[in-house]
Design a protein around this ligand. Structure first.
Ligand SMILES: [Zn+2]
Length: 370
């Protein structure tokens, strides 16, 4: 039934395309209409429905005013907000979200791909495709400082055909943040130190293992109420100098010694003390998705270790270039820093074809593997 529904959605999109409302080269942004009404079927659960329509569970809970996400009843009507993504290149490819957003991740889906994997490039970023139940997919990260505009997406299909698809990137909502550092901390901002450490971190973030490890949206790395002290993407000005760079992660308020947990399963690819990032841990979640945790007071894992969702990684601190105890958490997709909090709402795990281990229970998530 799931595939029948998805086919129905795709058929609808093909009809829209063939009517000429959208053309592959000048596809309109997703429409903002109210969406469709879905009748809950026996065996349904919110995460299944959410995945079929490419929305997140939280959105369904919010727009339908659902009190208990674990309880939906066959026959119940749910509003599915409209999130259409146009089929591109005569239906051969899909880009989600469409348009892409500065500082957010996206997925390129090649719908028919038997045999070899496709290859591709977006805005100078080499795409690394993996197989999934929906076709071949590649994650990409949109650079937070990328100029809004249209960028070419180049795909080389297994049969040798080449697709060139213009994909729009729209602006994110980022402001300038002023940071004041003491002379001792300022001394750490030496360009050679920054570059040296950036190389080391980029190398760890650049690793690629095709198999995706996660099976749900990421959990938050801290327990209790979350307070963001510095959002992702803020342009940063140090000691009143012109802004340079941007905040590559999210800073979460925490006390020295608060435990830091893995937001998703993965392998520890870096666990060591760095000059600027302090005690640092980097996890490889697979499929080009990584996360990093900086300024820890202590590290509880070793390089090479596999961790599960919710496993202890270390403790909050203020080591390295930090103005007080907090957790800096970042997520990189295909090497590009993106907004980590988006991953706690929509984890793309359906696209990578992962199923949740049966013993792990999440609110609103199916008992059955799908
Ligand atoms: Zn930070």
């Amino acid at each position: 039934m799931k595939s029948a529904l998805r086919r129905a959605v795709e058929v609808t999109l093909i009809i829209v395309l063939s009517l000429g409302v959208l053309s592959p080269a000048t596809a309109a942004p997703p429409s903002q209409g109210p969406g469709i009404i879905y009748t809950v079927q026996p065996g349904d659960c919110l995460s299944l429905i959410a995945d079929r329509y490419g929305v997140d569970v939280e959105t369904l809970v919010r727009v339908n005013n659902i009190r208990n996400p674990d309880v939906i009843i066959p026959g119940q009507h749910l509003l599915i907000p409209r999130q259409e993504v146009p089929l591109l290149a005569e239906g051969k490819a899909i880009v989600e979200p469409y348009p892409l957003v500065q500082g957010e991740a996206g997925i390129v889906l090649v719908r028919q791909c038997d045999g070899d994997l496709p290859s591709g490039e977006f805005a100078g970023q080499k795409l690394r495709f993996i197989r999934s139940p929906r076709g071949c997919i590649a994650f990409l990260g949109v650079y937070a400082l990328a100029k809004p505009g249209t960028y070419p997406l180049q795909i080389r299909l297994p049969d040798g055909a080449r697709l060139s698809i213009p994909v729009p990137v729209v602006a994110g909502d980022y402001e300038v943040e002023h940071i004041h550092l003491s002379p001792a901390k300022r001394a750490l901002l030496k360009p050679e130190l920054i570059l040296q450490e950036r190389d080391l971190v980029s190398k760890a973030f650049g690793r690629f293992t095709p198999e995706a490890q996660w099976y749900a949206p990421f959990s938050l790395p801290l327990r209790g109420k979350i307070h963001v002290t510095s959002p992702f993407g803020f342009r940063r000005s140090y000691n009143n100098a012109p802004p340079r760079g941007f905040h590559s992660g999210v800073d979460l308020r925490a006390k020295e010694g608060d435990p830091v947990y893995a937001p998703a399963p993965g392998q520890v690819v870096l666990a060591q003390e760095l000059t600027i990032r302090g005690n640092a841990v980097i996890l490889n979640h697979g499929a080009g998705v990584m996360s990093g945790f900086w300024h820890l007071s202590g590290i509880a894992v070793r390089e090479g270790e596999e961790v599960g969702r919710g496993d202890l990684l270390g403790w909050v601190g203020s080591t390295g270039l930090s103005t007080g105890p907090h957790l800096h958490w970042e997520v990189r997709v295909n090497g590009v820093a993106v907004n980590p909090l988006t991953w706690t709402r929509r984890g793309f795990w359906y696209e990578v074809g992962r199923t949740r281990p049966r013993h792990i229970r999440l609110r609103g998530y199916c008992e059955e593997a799908f």
